[in-house]
Ligand binder design. Sequence first.
Ligand code: C5P
Length: 225
Amino acid sequence: LVDGPLKGRHVLVTSGPTHEPIDPVRYIANRSSGAQGTAIAAALAGLGASVTFVTGPAEVPPPDGVTVVRVDTAREMLAAVEAALPADAAVFAAAVADWRVASAASSKMKKDGTGNPPVLEFAENPDILATVGGMETGRPRLVVGFAAETDDVIANASAKLTRKRCDWIVANDVRPETGIMGGSENAVHLVRADGVEDWPRMSKRDVARKLAARIAEALAGEAGA
Ligand code: C5P
């Protein structure tokens, strides 16, 4: 662990997509490279935090210097997050699938020759951010969520802040024409109960560094660990 303002702090970061099985060879997933979550974990570790990085099957490798917990499904991610607590702060950058297939087949589904494709029934996944945001005991002091929106970015993010009981939401516009999804840059708004900060477009690495610095400031402003 390096020396820095987050030395002695434990920060949890979720990242990447989740994969929800349909059968042993197929899954449904969200589109997520894991780039922003990975950069955030690296930036927090760079400020001296002890980082638990709970990641779904991402495209980019996890950073060095963090404890990596690999999961596939949303339910596994929730269990890994609960197992990693307590934490001083938690950042939920994962693109968790909202639904899973209600009863995944245990053997590979086959075409039956009738021309009638299978009908999948979905069940709602747990909301990991809302679960942690609403914890009555053991809640991290700072709970940070993400909101990837295509419309009414700030209004939707503010609603999410309240609904999921988090302290901050990092909101971004992921309309395809922004090139943000899968790209190396991001343009975000830091939404808090007391106001919104618009950050200029910058690399995902710089977004991560700025966010890590804000987290360090926020934790420094409270009683020590
Ligand atoms: O509601 P929406 O999926 O847009 O919220 C995004 C935020 O909630 C992200 O921080 C994401 O990591 C988190 N989330 C979660 N568990 C879910 C769905 C979203 O932790 N099942």
